[in-house]
Design a protein around this ligand. Sequence first.
Ligand SMILES: NC(=O)c1ccc[n+]([C@@H]2O[C@H](COP(=O)([O-])OP(=O)(O)OC[C@H]3O[C@@H](n4cnc5c(N)ncnc54)[C@H](O)[C@@H]3O)[C@@H](O)[C@H]2O)c1
Length: 439
Amino acid sequence: MPSQSPIKIAPAEGKLGVLIPGIGAVSTTFIAGVEAIKRGLALPIGSLTQLATIRLGKRTDGRSPYIKDFVPLAKLEDLVFGGWDIYDDTAYEAAVNAKVLEPSLLEQVKEPLQAIKPMKAVFDHEYIRNIDGPNKHTTGTKMDKAQALIADIAKFKADNGCARLVMIWCGSTEVFHRPSAVHESLEAFEAGLRNDNPEIAPSQIYAYAALKSGVPYINGAPNLTTDTQVLRDLARDKNLPICGKDFKTGQTFMKTLIAPGLKARMLGIHGWFSTNILGNRDGEVLEDPGSFKSKEETKLSVLEHILQPELYPDLYSKLYHAVRINYYPPRGDDKEGWDNIDIFGWLGYKMQIKIDFLCRDSILAAPLALDLVLFMDLAQRAGMKGIQEWLSFYFKGPMTAPGLYPEHDIFIQLMKLKNTLRWMQGEDLITHLGLEYYD
Ligand SMILES: NC(=O)c1ccc[n+]([C@@H]2O[C@H](COP(=O)([O-])OP(=O)(O)OC[C@H]3O[C@@H](n4cnc5c(N)ncnc54)[C@H](O)[C@@H]3O)[C@@H](O)[C@H]2O)c1
């Protein structure tokens, strides 16, 4: 029999507001999808919270409820959406421009999408160089902008009668920066906001505003944002969960499926060359070397952590890994990712694997955004604070405690996620030992 749950989880009562910096391809595909699913027009394919089951107890017990019936998640009917963007297009117009979903589907969810008008963005051209737009704050210090976001959050909550909120960054990828002195303490950070310190990125102003307002923050891009001492500490002090970073879709998703398999069989890898073409606005932003550098960091780190060349020097110490992204407008959101993997087996004999993944970026990202919103709301009701490593499953560059290497193997990540849910509900963790079946 299950033991007592170690934690108390508040019920998912009332509306859950989803606040999104960046009303672009991913976020509109997410919102339009939720509205279509609510109306019975489509299925939530790709979403664990909506479709996956979780095995409880022994294999012979026959207990495999849906995750959504096992833990108290907010219902899709209770989600309310809002956001910010530098363009003043409604979510409907942004979805039409993104050209991810068919016009006939968008027509059927036009009303709720049209009602979402982006609030004025906090934007800095130094952090996102290839785009600019009119719907942004142009005066005041960074602290004034943070206060404006805090006021937006409070107004959104009151206007929509939300019981709780979650913020998820679906904005563009910012230029690569490392943490600096301004990120070391709240005092330094708030002084930096007042003095317009150039090391404070717009995404950090959103995250600060969210945490100050008691709202969990999810980082869907490779931006530094909450990977800083100050915002990690603020999340813990405020009893709020944070997670990131960079949705694991497309090519990196494939990498974390295949690399653990090759390693499991002790097959060596000489080289892994990955290249992509994509033609959406994300691709346009990633043309800038500064933004690409942020992406490259999360994409490259994956193999190193999975393959552990320090433990297996004969197999992986000479691995040459390169990642390229090219902006190619004719493809729009329909990315194509090629991988050439040079592997070697018994006695060093060489082989090759070629992958050509014709994927749809936002179609892969939207269910991740949904799951993350629902799980982070669960985490906040369960009083789980700080970095939520159990949500690594969703990210290319999972956040971890400083000094701890991230777990990238998607199957270990899934086990960790499900065991965390079991732990939350006082169920036995599954170790896969299974000796009892043969006693
Ligand atoms: N689609 C995927 O598979 C995928 C995977 C991993 C990560 N991501 C990341 O998710 C993010 C969104 O991707 P997308 O395809 O929707 O891009 P997009 O360009 O369609 O949308 C991003 C939106 O963010 C807005 N924006 C930029 N800076 C802003 C700011 N400071 N405040 C408010 N809005 C701002 C832009 O105007 C744009 O409308 C990107 O960072 C991307 O790298 C996407």
